[in-house]
Design a protein around this ligand. Structure first.
Ligand code: HQG
Length: 180
């Protein structure tokens, strides 16, 4: 991803996951924004986008963060939201036996006490493999990967979802299901 793409990707993450109102944009409850409206709102904020650039960012996103609607008229972030405008109806999924959560060592004391909590996002994010989790944890400091006994959680009635890009989502992970 080049610098321009990285900047647009960050901007799209911000308005499609967190603060659509910062540019006067409205998302529907499934997180979709009309692309023409997004371009108009962004231009008023001094960000000059066009459809080709947006399509290219969607296609080259390393984590497949965004999706376009069937006819390419709308765009959404597939996970990672904090905005209360959005309540995506993900389909419940049976998780694999283990999932992984990458975090930083400085959070471990608090995680041992409270389990994994979603914080500002709507869900705790879990990865299917340890390498991805380590990369996620790296963003916060010295990384550590926690192994989550996901299938056991599911059998005890806790719900899992998987976003289109393969990221697993759970409302919270109680301490008893975390292998430190
Ligand atoms: C930590 C990226 C203290 C949690 C990634 C994490 C992901 C606690 C941080 C996506 C805690 C929240 C999400 C507790 C959890 N006490 N700290 N009880 N419970 N935490 O950024 O999972 O590049 O909101 O471990 O790839 O790091 O944005 O979540 O360290 O998929 O597309 O609180 O963001 O994707 O941090 O990352 P975040 P995350 P993008």
């Amino acid at each position: 991803m080049d610098k321009q793409h990285a900047e647009v990707s960050k901007f799209l993450s911000y308005v499609l996951r967190h603060q659509p109102e910062s540019i006067g944009l409205t998302l529907d409850s499934e997180g979709w924004a009309d692309i023409d409206t997004l371009i108009t709102c962004a231009a008023k904020d001094g960000k000059h986008l066009n459809i080709a650039l947006i399509q290219s960012v969607v296609e080259t996103s390393d984590k497949k963060r965004f999706a376009l609607s069937e006819y390419g008229l709308r765009i959404r972030a597939v996970q990672g939201h904090s905005s209360s405008q959005v309540d995506i109806r993900y389909k419940e999924q049976v998780p694999p036996e283990f999932l992984y959560h990458g975090t930083a060592t400085r959070f471990l004391d608090s995680i041992r006490e409270k389990g994994l909590v979603a914080g500002s996002r709507q869900y705790v994010h879990l990865s299917a493999d340890e390498a991805t989790a380590a990369a996620v944890g790296q963003r916060h400091g010295k990384p550590v990967v926690l192994k989550i006994r996901a299938l056991e959680m599911h059998r005890q009635g806790l719900v899992f979802y998987r976003a289109e890009n393969g990221v697993w989502l759970s409302g919270a992970v109680p301490v008893g299901f975390i292998d430190f």
